[in-house]
Ligand binder design. Sequence first.
Ligand SMILES: Nc1nc2c(c(=O)[nH]1)N[C@H]1C(S)=C(S)[C@@H](COP(=O)(O)O)O[C@H]1N2
Ligand SMILES: [Mo]
Length: 438
Amino acid sequence: MFGLVGGFAATSRPDSTSVADALPSVAGAVVGALLLHHLVGRLQSGRASASVDAPAVEEGVTTPEGGGADHPAAADWDRRGFVVAATAAAAASTGIGLVGRSLNGSQGQNAVASRRRIALPAPVSAAAPVPKRAALRIKDVSPFMTPSQDFYRVDTALVVPKVDANSWRLRIHGKGVTREANVSFAQLLRMPLIERNITLACVSNEVGGPYVGNARWIGVRLADLLRQCGVRPPSKGGPADQLVARSVDGMTIGSPVEDVMDGRDAMLALGMNGEPLPFAHGFPVRMVVPGLYGFVSACKWIQDIELTTFDDYDPYWVKRHWARRAPVKTQSRIDTPKPFARPGAGTVMVAGVAWAQHRGIDKVEVRVDDGPWRRADLAAEDTTDTWRQWSFPWKAVSGGHTLTVRATDRTGQTQAQERTRTIPDGAGGWHSVVVTVD
Ligand SMILES: Nc1nc2c(c(=O)[nH]1)N[C@H]1C(S)=C(S)[C@@H](COP(=O)(O)O)O[C@H]1N2
Ligand SMILES: [Mo]
């Protein structure tokens, strides 16, 4: 069973290219089964000789001392053999496990050292300072900037890839590329860097869910690099409408070339919140595109960019029935009070965040039970690519209540009420929280 599960997991990995990837799991299962068979055999031959005595004792039949003595002796011998074999098997597998782990670890050490040696240069275009009033002083509301260690992580990596920045390279090739690029990390560092605050969201985030965060990214403007390679967006006659990013672990993520080159701050990020990217968030380089869900834009541990078309190629998640194109849906979330909280009667601060990356949040409204929608107070906007905090002082009266929130983006679109599933292009619907006022 474990062999089958392991084999299935190995061959469905994004970097799996052949059924041979199931071999280690299958080999492990075969060795394990043989070993189990051998050890159980030893156990059973011991038990078989013991059970010869058992009925005699139960029936109260006296057996000559000498006759019975042989059998315990035989069982003893099997037990000793079993213990020796089992101990040897345990020691051998522990040893092999440790060797495997240290082989993995030594690979990572160069990557850790390469990360430690990086000093990020100052950007030529710094992010404007975050307005003071973008961050409300309300307990339990998501902080405006998400610290890297609290930033959600979504990927298919069982073991976080540890890539050595010194040997890392990025290749750019494909349709409409007149000059292929093959750049090193050092070359990227010498290019003009931009710094931007961008809110990243995952398509698998349920309404009210935690897979969204806001960070300060520093990196190379992707459109500049593409133009240097001769790439033109479809609107300027370019033949490629899909940019497929591929990671070192084989993940493929497809973004519209038009979006990446339409002037928004799409970037190859090298830094997050003032430091080189954490390994879990894509060190040494990842993509970030404001306004698109992570699975269609934010390739971590990137190593290859291919210009192609949506007709010609389906990336990893699209093969698994997620959408080819997935702009972020306008969403809002109540951070406080928490579900089933028991606030006291009086003024209760209802607060949270709302996001509509690259369109901007225009309005947030709150409804108590089936009452009228009332406008929440919006914190200052940093940029249209970042989320926005909001608050609503609620005169709470005792009893059970449902608080509901909805947002309207700058295009005038208000979040639809209908709850939709996350697959294929992101959850829709209003977030609500049930509380009891004491
Ligand atoms: N290599 C790689 N990149 C990836 C993924 C992945 O599984 N592998 N997941 C994507 C998804 S679905 C999201 S939402 C974002 C999450 O980025 P984070 O883990 O830094 O928050 O990374 C994207 N980039
Ligand atoms: Mo995601």
